[in-house]
Design a protein around this ligand. Structure first.
Ligand code: HEM
Length: 447
């Protein structure tokens, strides 16, 4: 393997996952002890450190996987072979810039993009370089694109568009009108997530077709229907983020209608694929299979949760509570992280030339899913208590409500440790061979 940039992306992604989880753990300790590390990194900083780092995990892992699949599995040479390395260097320097901007309190950005907005420029340049290289290469070298090429291409284009949109507030005419400002802000975040979902779900379909050794998994009417539905979601599903804003009523109904559909189809695709596999194929690809099955399970649970709280009346009650956090972490860990871990196992077993033994990972795998379930349940419970306090009680001070959640936060922290422990074990299993292989120049990728 001559070009090791995909390995660099993947190693950086796994490191970001580990670091990001520790920030999350510290943030959860601050729920219990509000003064913990308050002087050095208060919660208002710890949270962006956590969210930015775990989102970087998703972006870096998805990008590295796509680079790897194209160059090492499909054996397609990029039109500009040096660009992936430049892309990586830009992202790493920007990552350092983002941390520095947090450390030095230059946090003029908003929500998930809290860093100083100028840093979005190199991020955009990275995506544009990726996009140019991707389209120039795939357009020429692949005929009759399977759906994952459409999904990756769409993800890249919309990522660029929504990153720009998320910064429209910098223009005074947007910033000065409150409703316009907040609507555009939340719309862009919803679609930003939709863009990385395109990359990650494309990876899931790619893995399914490789495990089954059948490209038809990535072709056909249902699969393309899923793609168009995902695209509709990306463009319109955001509106359930804006229920509390007095916008047009039809926007709410449209949003509710579309935002649930995509997951139902993803669930159906993974479920049908799972049922179509022979025991031999499952055994040969056991670890990748298990993580995709886990993703399917989390899709199912999240559909139920999201179906409920996308109903405007319930959404009103849950907004701004830990129920929203359970939804965000439930999807980014349960669905995105499970699919990306499946991709990491697929890639590392190609590099090692042998499959991972599920037997050795079984306890860790069930611990990962089990702790995640308990972790999310405590968040849901905390959300119900807070929602109840916000809308159905009077004269109870905030501090009293927070105190009543003391043991819930302790449980959240303990289950968080369990989750961190299981992901740490998985990451070590993946990182060890990656680091070894990085220094070995003569890696041959297995067919
Ligand atoms: C793969 C690992 C993880 C991912 C992808 C992830 C993702 C996220 C995301 C997207 C948010 C923003 C939620 C929102 O704005 O609605 C968040 C917030 C948070 N996460 Fe995580 N998380 C991970 C692991 C953890 C762990 C292990 C803990 C701690 C035990 C943790 C604790 C927190 C806390 C305390 C918040 C802030 C919630 C608030 O605003 O009150 N996370 N996480």
């Amino acid at each position: 393997m001559k070009n090791k940039t995909p390995i660099l992306f993947i190693t950086a992604a796994l490191s970001a996952l580990l670091l990001g989880m520790f920030f999350g753990l510290f943030a959860s300790l601050q729920y219990i002890f509000p003064d913990f590390l308050k002087e050095i990194i208060p919660f208002t900083k710890m949270r962006p450190f956590h969210t930015t780092t775990v989102i970087s995990w998703i972006i870096l892992a998805a990008t590295g996987s796509i680079y790897f699949f194209i160059t090492e599995v499909e054996k397609i040479a990029f039109r500009f072979p040096k660009l992936p390395k430049i892309h990586f260097i830009i992202f790493m320097f920007t990552g350092v810039g983002i941390y520095l901007s947090y450390i030095f309190d230059k946090m003029e950005g908003r929500e998930y993009l809290a860093y100083t907005p100028i840093l979005t420029i190199p991020i955009l340049i990275g995506w544009v370089l990726f996009g140019i290289n991707y389209f120039k290469t795939i357009r020429k070298k692949v005929k009759n694109w399977p759906v994952y090429y459409w999904m990756w291409g769409t993800g890249i284009v919309f990522m660029i568009y929504h990153l720009c949109e998320a910064h429209l507030w910098l223009i005074p005419s947007f910033r000065e009108t409150f409703i316009k400002d907040i609507t555009v802000q939340w719309k862009s975040y919803g679609s930003f997530v939709g863009s990385w979902n395109m990359l990650v779900y494309g990876i899931a379909i790619y893995l399914m077709s490789k495990v089954k050794n059948n490209i038809n998994v990535a072709r056909g009417k249902t699969t393309f229907f899923f793609y168009f539905l995902g695209l509709t979601n990306l463009m319109f599903g955001w509106a359930h983020h804006t229920y509390i804003i007095p916008t047009q009523i039809w926007i709410r109904y449209l949003a509710y209608g579309v935002s649930m559909t995509e997951w139902v189809v993803l669930f159906h695709i993974i479920y049908t694929w799972k049922k179509s596999l022979s025991p031999k194929i499952i055994e040969d690809n056991r670890v990748v299979y298990q993580f995709l099955v886990a993703a399917d399970f989390w899709v199912f649970l999240n559909i139920i949760l999201a179906l409920l709280f996308s109903i405007p009346a319930i959404n009103f009650f849950t907004h701004g509570t830990h129920i929203t956090v359970a939804h965000s972490m439930g999807t980014t860990i349960g669905i995105n992280t499970s699919i990306l871990l499946a991709a990491m196992f697929f890639i590392v077993s190609k590099l090692k030339n042998e499959a991972f033994m599920f037997r050795k990972l079984k306890i860790t795998y069930y611990a990962y899913n089990g702790f995640l379930l308990l972790f999310l349940c405590t968040l849901l419970y905390a959300g119900v208590i807070r929602g109840n306090w916000m809308y159905f009680t009077k004269d109870i001070p905030f501090s009293e409500m927070q105190n009543s959640l003391y043991y819930t936060y302790i449980a959240f922290f303990i289950f968080g440790i369990g989750l961190v422990w299981s992901i740490l074990k998985i990451a070590i299993v993946l990182l060890k061979p990656l680091i070894k292989l990085f220094f070995n120049t003569s890696i041959k990728i297995s067919e």
